[in-house]
Design a protein around this ligand. Sequence first.
Ligand SMILES: Nc1nc2c(c(=O)[nH]1)N[C@H]1C(S)=C(S)[C@@H](COP(=O)(O)O)O[C@H]1N2
Ligand SMILES: [Mo]
Length: 162
Amino acid sequence: MLIGVGLSVATARSENMSLTAPAGEVRLTVTGNIRKTNSEAAALLDDAMLEALPRHTLETSTVVTDGVKRFDGFLMRDLLEFVGADGKTVTANALNDYTIDIPMEDFVRYDVLVATHMDGERLQPSDKGPFWIVYPRDEYSDLQDIRYDYRWVWQLIQLKIK
Ligand SMILES: Nc1nc2c(c(=O)[nH]1)N[C@H]1C(S)=C(S)[C@@H](COP(=O)(O)O)O[C@H]1N2
Ligand SMILES: [Mo]
């Protein structure tokens, strides 16, 4: 009986922790209301796991750079699906302690990019890296607004789903 109970607990646990463990350095951590984890209540993601997401490109001007830039990365929508996120708000945290709540609906309505590269160069933590949330600003006049500018989090390292 005791062995049976132990086994069912172990099985339930492995079903929840359904992501493989990161092999490399953890670059992005997702916590909160997610179905897929690989540590206690978190999805710890390394470059290899993030590079396996469908790649996406976006050209746009930004409020902090000159002219139109080419950004490469993956869609926030695909990342959220990968970790089984379910909620109304995504709290984004940056290396410089910047924190902001972003409505989940942004990622349904728009192709919001988690950029890894700008003009072909890997974003570095010393600048806007390792990740920069980039909106398709030039495509939608609605996005050319200070409320959205706040959501362009650079030096992104953590997301919490609520
Ligand atoms: N990591 C990080 N991302 C950030 C910020 C910040 O301080 N740190 N500032 C936000 C704000 S308030 C705006 S308006 C835009 C542009 O910031 P800036 O005009 O202060 O350079 O980036 C956003 N992303
Ligand atoms: Mo700002």
